[in-house]
Each structure stands twice: as structure tokens, then as C-alpha cells.
Design a protein around this ligand. Sequence first.
Ligand SMILES: C[S@@+](CC[C@H](N)C(=O)[O-])C[C@H]1O[C@@H](n2cnc3c(N)ncnc32)[C@H](O)[C@@H]1O
Length: 257
Amino acid sequence: MRFHVLTLFPQAFQSPIEHGRLGRASSRELLSIQITDIRAYTHDRHSSADDYQFGGGSGMVLKPEPIFEAAEDVLSGYTEDLRSQIPIILLSPQGQVLNQEMARELANYPALVLICGHYAGVDERVRQNLAAREISIGDYVLTGGELAALVLMDVVARFAPGVVGSSDNVEGDSITSGLLQHPLYTRPAEYRGMEVPEILRSGHHGEIDLWRRRQALSRTLALRPDLLARADLSNSDLDYLQSLGYEPERDLAEDGG
Ligand SMILES: C[S@@+](CC[C@H](N)C(=O)[O-])C[C@H]1O[C@@H](n2cnc3c(N)ncnc32)[C@H](O)[C@@H]1O
């Protein structure tokens, strides 16, 4: 899996890539992250990558030419066939909101090109004629697309084979599994009078699995009942949830489902 990030602030990626899991994965050649400085594709003597808005208004806008040229240059390293498969993504608060499902889907591409906006945003021609998709990392506005690109790469990289220890770790994650994850404990078995549940120390794997499943169900019911409508639930899960007061028909009706 390859990520190509187009940004005006390459230094924003240095520490997270060097020190985080993304860095470890790239040093093991499980994925590669290439940062491209948009300013390197400017042609005037001031290396201007942004300019005033037509029509007035506060805040500078990223110019289209350096972004188009940087994206074309990055893609020129691929065969025509691969190039047509690589989506160019504009990070933007106006985009489709990133979630685990989308991350899993994005992990199937051979590479992603990520455009980081800044200031007031990016010239509309980039959005309409260069980017194939626009992705937001949530309903809030960041100063720039760099943090959004890091979040997207981190989330997508978890689905790339080998980046996270075992695929079980990823599939059991909250949200990915359809539920919130069960509680986790490590040593010591007792800390300041707070004990790890006996069942987890019992060695009975079948009972431990059942306990974990029920914890995941009750936690999801308490904290994110909206997830239950889409979760893959067995009859025994439903019986357990109903014993806790879950009423699927009522909850679906409240959701408008
Ligand atoms: C200050 S924002 C510009 C917001 C723009 N004025 C608007 O209202 O849509 C600057 C840049 O940060 C990035 N950005 C901000 N919020 C984001 C979000 N929630 N998700 C992804 N990127 C975001 C985008 O690349 C954006 O071009």
C-alpha cells in the first residue's frame, strides 16, 4: 500500500511518520509514504502556492496549478493501468465522513494520493477536475489537511496486511466488529483493590469468549445502541440483549428504520 501526500507543510509529517506505527510499517516495507511539497511545483520567483480569492473574502486559496502538476508528477511513476486505479482524494470538511468501512475499502487500492488543503481551502477546479473523492475526518474544521491525512493513513494502514500484529486484532476492534470491544485487562491481577474479573483468570476459553461477547453487547447497548441495528447478532446475542432491556423493534422505529 502506498500513500502519496501532497502538502504545503511536509514537516508536519516528520515526527508521526518517524515515531509511530506508520513509520515502523514503512521501515518494514509493508507500506510506503511519500510526501510531496506542493511548493516545489510553483513557477514564480516567490514560490506562491496560494492567492487571494476572486470575488473578495478573507483567507487565501491554494492555487490549482501546483496541485495539478504535483499529482500528475506523482502518478507519472505508475503504469497507465495502475494510474487509472489510484484515487486522488481531497481532504475536506465537505467530504464524505471517514469510517471503518470506508477505510477497509480504501485499503484495497494499490495507492492513494491525498491532497491537503490549507488556509480558506483549495481552488474549486481541484475539487471538480482532479480529485475523484473528497473525504472528511469528522464534522469539525481543522486548520489544514495534514492531520486529516495522518488520521486517514493510520486508519487505512491498519487494514493493510502485517501492519497490525494479527488480523484478529483489527477484526475485534470496536466498530470494525460491529460492536464496541469488551473490556481489556493486563497484569497486575489486583491493583489498589481493583481486581481483574475472575473469569479472565480461569483458563476456561469458552466461558471467557462468552463473557467477552456479553460485555461487548452490554457496553454497546449502554454507549452506542445505534450500532446494534447493523450488528451481526445471533439469537443468543438477541436473547441476552433483550434480558438487558433491548427492544429491537422499538429501537429501529426510533431510528426511522
Ligand atoms: C480551514 S480548512 C478550510 C475549510 C473551508 N473554508 C470550508 O469551509 O470548507 C483548511 C483545510 O483543512 C482541511 N480540513 C479541515 N477540516 C477538515 C476535516 N474535517 N476533514 C478533512 N480535512 C479537513 C482541508 O484540506 C481544508 O482545505
